[in-house]
Write a protein that binds this ligand. Structure first.
Ligand SMILES: [Zn+2]
Ligand SMILES: [Zn+2]
Length: 176
């Protein structure tokens, strides 16, 4: 299924909901995928008077497929419904509507009452590439970091090697 077809399928879900609920959910809605979401599944924003935008994570879609993204879409539709009532949180109303719409929530957010709609699937955090290597000059033990250690930390005589207690001032720093 192409992105275009997927979005058309999601729009159909929304259109059917509008037919059923009318004003409670009717709005100008734009639906799109975002490649920028690293850990979030989707979001819903109000962009004008009764105008909303739902974005869905391309990464989540690629990793878990259509069914998972549809549940996220339904979660975002519950936000749309609540935004129209000036309810901007994951409130009790939100949870009830999200459940009714067949949306998913992460486990922590759902709470025991809505456990059945809790999703165990998540987008793994992207690990930052390690770029710096620090080697103890005494015992040759080393560790890697994504960011360069600040001079203040590196030159602090109280920071020592966890193996031989050699101060980090006596470490070698190198770019890898
Ligand atoms: Zn939400
Ligand atoms: Zn050491």
């Amino acid at each position: 299924m192409s992105d275009y077809e997927t979005i058309a399928k999601l729009r159909k879900i929304y259109d059917d909901l509008v037919k059923e609920m009318g004003d409670a959910i009717e709005s100008t809605l734009s639906i799109s995928f975002s490649s920028r979401f690293k850990t979030r599944a989707g979001d819903c924003r109000q962009i004008g008077i009764n105008e909303f935008r739902i974005r869905l994570s391309k990464k989540l879609y690629n990793e878990f497929g259509y069914e998972r993204i549809e549940k996220t879409f339904r979660h975002e539709l519950a936000h749309l419904y609540c935004f129209k009532r000036r309810d901007y949180k994951h409130s009790q109303l939100f949870k009830r509507v999200c459940n009714q719409f067949g949306g998913s929530m992460n486990k922590r957010m759902a709470g025991w009452r809505y456990e059945e709609s809790a999703s165990k699937e998540y987008i793994p955090r992207t690990r930052m590439a390690k770029k710096w290597k620090y080697t103890c000059n005494k015992c040759k033990n080393s560790f890697e970091r994504a960011n360069k250690m600040s001079k203040k930390i590196f030159n602090n005589a109280n920071r020592v090697c966890c193996h031989c207690k050699n101060p980090t001032t006596n470490f070698t720093e190198e770019r890898i």
